[in-house]
Design a protein around this ligand. Structure first.
Ligand code: HAM
Length: 425
């Protein structure tokens, strides 16, 4: 017996009957992104490991536990599969000097991301994101935070997600974050031994992550802390107010959630998440926020004034969260059925002509009875079946059955092209 090689854990095949749904989602997304004037960027699926370490933060779970690194080939810094898209887009922004070309660059991407997580519902090792990143010196306006948040909501709705919640928060500037982290440590210090093991290590390494711990005891401790934004400077509070005002102008309902901190280190000011109750513990369909320091972090001083804001939606999670999945109907224009093996070559040549006219066509390659070939045509949802039988070949014609109304007519071979042109229009 041969040992069968199976799909890697935490990945999925998107099979031909599911692919049309993915194509429909991607098409809708592209249409919407075009309306909002975002341009597609395609970056490699792997990058230097250092890029992720520097941008997502050495203490983030994504870098610490989930990076899928590629075996080294003697390069100085190894490579890793991309766990998200933001870092790569910023790398490319700098490498291609977009700041010299325009003051605001609006990118979008659609593609696979990789994280070595423990797989469960809604948590995969290869998953797909649709994301946007707005980068440039001209992006330091709350209107763009609101635009990006609004776009993430519009995208979610376009996918059929109605039961969602938009949570927003502000982390403030880097300085505010420092104050917040000191404040949290002070509040949590006396409870340190009651926190779960994971949060005890987070206390030193990344205290913010304690705020979204799922452990009951940790949650109770956190619930008692007043997180009502006192760590934010006056400017940061004003900025956040303007983001909220702009969301109100766009009539986007939101919940301010002081516990929302996000798992990646690069955020400053606005952070947000779109969640769906149907998803269980992995309830975020999409998330994002502002990251005003990342470009400077990766590009140095010339990029000190380059701000950025973005988000990504997880396609698999969006599909899980949507109640009704309308799989677009994939039908076939013509199926050709040859009733004898000797007619197969003629059928094959006709098949080629039909395809050249831009109509989708298939034939019964392995012959078989009329019944079995008709079954095949039905399975492919053929609109017309062209039958080549003994009589048809003798009279130089073809029998054409309209599968909608079951009517059948004979058409001379010389007129078949006219018939096809008619169904094409
Ligand atoms: P993130 O929150 O790590 O943010 O991921 C965004 C979305 O990707 C999640 O809300 C979820 O839908 C999906 N996702 C993440 N991990 C998995 C997984 N293991 N399995 C399935 N789906 C997953 C980012 O990636 C940031 N780059 C977002 C961003 C863009 N911030 C600014 N710009």
């Amino acid at each position: 017996m041969v040992d069968r090689i199976l799909l890697p854990r935490g990945t999925a095949d998107i099979l031909p009957d599911e692919a049309p749904l993915w194509q429909a989602i991607e098409k809708k997304a592209r249409q919407l992104l075009q309306v909002y004037n975002y341009k597609e960027i395609r970056t490699p699926v792997f990058e230097e490991t250092l890029l992720f370490k520097r941008s997502l933060g050495q203490t983030s779970d994504v870098v610490n536990k989930q990076l899928l690194e590629l075996a080294s080939h003697n390069e100085e810094s190894g490579y890793a599969l991309r766990p998200e898209g933001t870092a790569s887009v910023v790398r490319s922004y700098i490498e291609n000097s977009f700041d010299k070309k325009e003051s605001i660059s609006k990118f979008f991407y659609i593609g696979p991301m990789f994280r070595g997580e423990r797989p469960q519902k809604g948590r995969l090792r290869q998953f797909h994101q649709i994301g946007v990143e707005v980068i440039g010196p001209g992006t330091l306006t709350p209107l763009l935070d609101a635009e990006v948040i609004n776009l993430s909501v519009e995208l979610s709705k376009a996918f059929g997600l109605n039961d969602y919640k938009l949570k927003i928060n502000s982390l403030g500037t880097l300085k505010d974050k420092e104050h917040f982290s000191l404040f949290l440590r002070k509040q949590l210090k006396e409870h340190l031994h009651s926190l779960c093991e994971e949060c005890q290590t987070r206390f030193e390494r990344n205290v913010f992550r304690i705020l979204d711990c799922k452990n009951e005891t940790c949650r109770k401790i956190i619930a008692k802390i007043d997180l009502s934004g006192s760590h934010l400077s006056k400017e940061s509070q004003e900025y956040f107010s303007k983001v909220k005002e702009a969301l109100n102008v766009l009539k986007v309902p939101f919940h301010v959630e002081p516990q929302l901190v996000r798992g990646l280190d690069y955020y400053t000011h606005t952070v947000f998440e779109i969640t769906s109750s149907g998803l269980g513990s992995q309830d975020a369909v999409g998330a994002g926020g502002r990251y005003n320091h990342l470009v400077k972090e990766l590009g140095g001083e010339p990029y000190a004034d380059v701000g950025a804001v973005g988000f990504s939606l997880g396609i698999e999670r969006a599909l899980l969260a949507c109640p009704k999945k309308e799989i677009p109907d994939e039908s076939l224009d013509v199926f050709i059925l040859a009733l004898e093996d000797s007619f197969q070559t003629k059928a094959f040549s006709l098949l080629n002509e039909i395809r050249h006219l831009g109509l989708s066509a298939e034939m019964g390659y392995s012959g078989g009875s009329i019944k079995s070939q008709m079954r095949q045509a039905n399975r492919l949802k053929a609109k017309y079946v062209m039958i080549l039988g003994e009589d048809e070949i003798k009279n130089d014609e073809v029998a054409i059955k309209n599968m909608d109304n079951s009517q059948q007519e004979k058409v001379a071979f010389s007129k078949v092209k006219d018939f096809l042109m008619q169904i094409r229009s």
